[in-house]
Structure formats: C-alpha cells, structure tokens
Design a protein. Sequence first.
Length: 367
Amino acid sequence: MSKTRTDERSVGNETYGFDAIRGNQAGREFYVAMCPFKSIPKLFIFNDEFVPPEMRAQRILRNTRIPALKNYIINNPKDYIFSSLTASVDGVMKFSPSPSEGQDGKTGRLYISMDATILINDGQHRRRAIEQALKEMPELGHEMISVVFFQDKGLKRSQQMFADLNKNAVKPTKSLNILYDHRDNFSQFIVRLINSTEIFQGRVELEKTAISNRSTNFFTLSGISDSTMTLLGINKGRKITEEESWNVKQFWTEVSKNIPEWQLLIQGKVTPSELRKNYVNAHTNLLNALGIFGNILITEYPKDWKEKIQGLKKIDWSRNNIEWEGRLLQKGRMLKNKLGIELAVNTILKNCGVKLSSDRLEFENRK
C-alpha cells in the first residue's frame, strides 16, 4: 500500500494506493488488491458494538475467537493461510488500468480516498487477529492478504452482502476438519486410531457427521473423536501420551470384543444398516455414552477395568429393550440429548457391576 497525493485521479488529496485486479460480478465492478498486514488495522473500521443490529452491517466482534486466530498466525509464520477479506468502500474509489492494457485493462492501481469509510463485510475476526499478531511480531507487517473491495451502495446493500456471504458459504463438516487437520495432535491421533483398531477399520464415515440408513459405514470420524476426547477427559489440541494412546486403543478393542453385535459386524455376519435398524449400539449417542463410561471405569478401576468391561456382554442392546426408553429412546426413536446419554451411562455402569456415585444418581432424579 502506498499513500499518494494526487488530484489527477479525482480521488482526493490523499489516497491509499494498491496494485489490484478489476473484475465484474452481477453487473458491478469489484477489485482484488494485495494489502500488507501493517495496513489492515488502519484501513478498516468496525461498527460500534453499541449500535443496534438493524443499523449495522456486521455481527458484533466475538473476542473469544481472536486469541486462537492470532496464535495460528504466530505459531505458523511460514505455513498459515487466510482467505480474502471482503470490504465496502463508502467514498471515492477509482481504478487506473495499466497503460499497457488500455482503459479496459483488468490490472492496474486502485486508489481509495483516505476520507472514505471502509467497512468489512466478511473477515472482521481475521482483521483483529492480524492486529493482535502484529503487536507480538511486528515483522509480520510486510505479509500480505488479499482484499476484495466493492463500492458501498448504502446500509441495506452492505447488510445484504453480509447475509449473502454467510448464508451461501458452505462450511466443512467436523469430520472433514479432523481428517485434514495435520497441525492438531488429537485430530491426527484419531486418524491413526481408526486405521489401527479393528472395529474402526473400513467402517468410518470420514466426511459427513451423520450416516444414512443404507450406508456401509458404522461410525463417523467426528463421533469417534468426541467419544475418545470424553474417554480421556481432555480438550482438543493436547498431545496424546503413549500411555493414553495405548489405553484408548485397548479400550475400544475391549468394547468391541464384549458387544456381541460389534463382533458380528467384524465377522461380516451382519450389516451396519441392520444394526442401525434394530440396536441402540449402532448410534453416535451410545458411542458418546461409552466414552463417559470408559473414563469412569479406567479412573476407578485402573488395574482391572478389563474385567469390569465384560459386563457389556450381558446388556440387551436391542431397541425392543424397554430399559432404553427415556434414555436412548423416546417412543422407539433415538433420543438426542445429554441427559439421555448420561442415563444410558448409568445403565451400562450397573450392568458392569459399578456402583453409581451420588452425582450419577442425580441424573436418575432428573428423568
């Protein structure tokens, strides 16, 4: 970015100048410019958080998101990526094509009056994270980010741009984020787990977070991740120790050995769709319950949890078992609430000979 004094471009006495590319979308010109990080905090403003939503063109900044984004830049200075910011310019903006391309040229210089107001339609959290990162690593100031500039057509148009950008954006699923996140230790641990544990091998939906009735997959990657995190009692991001890794693999292996229907699945004597239709142990809620159960079991019985887990064989996992009603089922349909999962944990614990604590008995009183 350069500050230019120019009258001949009819922009104003002082301008911001960027190398840019001109495009046309829906009958309107827009410009893509490369902006150095150090210019970002000065260039853009936020709507005041005290202004009513109907008078703004952005959501209120969620400061809780900023530290993670800032650390992402700082911890990966040679290997980070940010998508473009999108902004509306309320003021004078002029594009000057390169002389070699003529007046219809697509590349050139974009000049924006320093008196103009530039609002971010998409990317306010990235903007603040860049600002915070520069305070800790000023040398990042020469890093570049692309910005898409539109001419501001008023509050309603800016609000519509915000709505369109967010409504039509397709976010990747949680499972796909886990599969592709090579920086996160836990995500990569889960990927290794499904490839090295018999019950998971070839039976995990890697992209979606839900499984269709006819799918040949039995688990979702996100479901295994959530239940394993609960099993270990940790948050995402922490490095897994060798002991924890061994315990997790042993736990899921022992669970599969002691749930008869899962053994039939391994042996190829039953299909995933048949199990989903007739049993509660083919659903994500049960997987989550097993994660909680495992955490309790390994914590309270660190030396003989494998003996206790054999009680899983005694459980009637069929949907016809009235014991699941109000826990994992409601009138024969799978429940999707936390209380139901906790009540299912109690059923599993009792069948495995584990006395319920006072905290766990509280869940029974809340039915």
